[in-house]
Design a protein around this ligand. Structure first.
Ligand code: ADP
Ligand code: AMP
Length: 205
């Protein structure tokens, strides 16, 4: 099962990816998580990526493509994978087509006007990356691993504005790209988290 999760920042890709990866036994590959791990470890990649991420801009295509190409060559991807947050540009999608046969692309469709609230209210575990929202999370420790729950630097209002703008200009055209190739299914991301998951599972049957 070679799956891609497409959607604006805050659409719920990471939230759904954890459940999809578990149910279908495929590795969850999030380019955002890979960058955040490298930033934490202060690797050369992390230092380079941070300068883009902090401005709400995309990391250059050639950098991301190399990372994904390498990651997809790992043994655990032999029976499939779930890409979350990649591709984000047409150039990345074209590069991906040269690396692997893409199966289904799940587009989580959301009302862009409502995303500011979701993103500025998002909190994540600094250790395992588990995602929460201030509307239903009131503690400070991750319920999965006990790690510290924090706000991502790029979830501040000004950066969110740039990220949404980048999504509209650079990533949204991928909907048509995959539609034309007969690979796209769309789910309504404005439903509750379990409802979105149920719709994704129904589409994957
Ligand atoms: P993405 O990975 O697409 O950027 P996340 O999965 O991190 O998005 O979700 C962004 C925020 O919205 C998180 O705080 C998450 O808890 C919340 N969220 C995710 N899915 C839903 C949903 N269907 N309804 C309401 N809030 C959601
Ligand atoms: P995410 O966790 O998916 O929201 O990604 C966080 C940030 O990492 C994005 O705002 C980008 O700056 C960067 N990033 C993640 N994936 C990609 C990608 N496929 N192409 C370019 N930049 C990316």
């Amino acid at each position: 099962m070679n799956l891609i999760l497409l959607g604006a920042p805050g659409a719920g890709k990471g939230t759904q990816a954890v459940q999809i990866a578990e149910k279908y036994s495929v590795p969850h590959i999030s380019t955002g998580d890979i960058f955040r791990k490298n930033i934490k470890e202060q690797t050369p990649l992390g230092i380079k990526a941070k300068s883009y991420i902090d401005r709400g801009q995309l990391v250059p295509d050639e950098v991301v493509v190399e990372i994904v190409k390498d990651r997809l060559s790992w043994e655990d991807c032999k029976n499939g994978y779930l890409l979350d947050g990649f591709p984000r540009t047409i150039a990345q999608a074209e590069a991906l087509d040269k690396i692997t046969e893409v199966g289904t692309v799940i587009n989580i469709a959301v009302d862009l006007q409502k995303l500011m609230q979701r993103l500025t209210g998002r909190r994540v575990c600094a250790d395992c990356g588990e995602s929460y929202h201030i509307s239903s999370f009131f503690g400070s420790k991750c319920s999965k691993c006990g790690g510290k729950v924090i706000q991502r630097d790029d979830d501040k209002e000004e950066t969110v504005k740039s990220r949404l703008d980048v999504y509209v200009k650079q990533t949204a055209p991928l909907i048509e790209y995959y539609e034309k190739r007969g690979k796209l299914v769309s789910v309504d991301g404005m439903q509750s988290i379990p409802e979105v998951f149920a719709q994704i599972c129904a589409e994957l049957k």
